[in-house]
Design a protein around this ligand. Sequence first.
Ligand SMILES: Cc1cc2nc3c(=O)[nH]c(=O)nc-3n(C[C@H](O)[C@H](O)[C@H](O)COP(=O)(O)O)c2cc1C
Length: 204
Amino acid sequence: MAPKKVAVIVGSLRKESLSRKMAKNVIDLAPQNLKLEVLEIGDLQLYNQDLEAQPPRSWVEFRNRLKSFDGVIFVTPEYNRSIPGVLKNAIDIGSRPYRQIVWAKKPAAIISVSPGALGGFGANHHLRQSLVFLDMPAMQQPEAYIGHADEMFDVQGRISKVATKDFISKFLKAYDEWVYQFSEYNTETRRFKAASSAENEINN
Ligand SMILES: Cc1cc2nc3c(=O)[nH]c(=O)nc-3n(C[C@H](O)[C@H](O)[C@H](O)COP(=O)(O)O)c2cc1C
């Protein structure tokens, strides 16, 4: 089977971002049949509906690039118990024009990252709320709330704790299955391939 192309979206612009370090580890630990790459969101002009008639180039390029991916992994910090504005901006840009949601049907997974003990639980679940409207099948298990992330990386930015590394590998294995389960959406039948074959089995 052809490898699936997965966009990794990082919810922080900070140079020494813990989320970006985590995203790099996620890319390195991904199974071979997932091709992960960071899709940058830092240069996106702020969303303004007035601009839709002639969208800024940064929006057009982002929407076009996003279209080329089979799935999305969000790696994000928590800001004030929600997601950072930069991530919400990217989500809004990909959600328009009306009824042309570029995110739609792309299988998603979320990793929230925080130096705090709660592991960005609030951001993780606020993001899930948006994914419902964006029509992105969001992986349920395992959940990834990565706490104490300020103690997690070595000087090269690699995860130093074996248990966390193993957990991320397990998470990616589950996501690999998730992507393949939800891939190959048929726009004519409005069915995922997995759903169509399950229906055929029932009907036969
Ligand atoms: C505006 C702002 C709000 C924050 N709110 C939270 C929060 O609600 N929960 C939390 O765990 N950490 C919060 N933090 C701390 C971040 O988790 C911490 O700065 C983290 O390192 C940011 O992620 P990054 O390293 O990927 O940039 C906040 C930080 C900022 C700058």
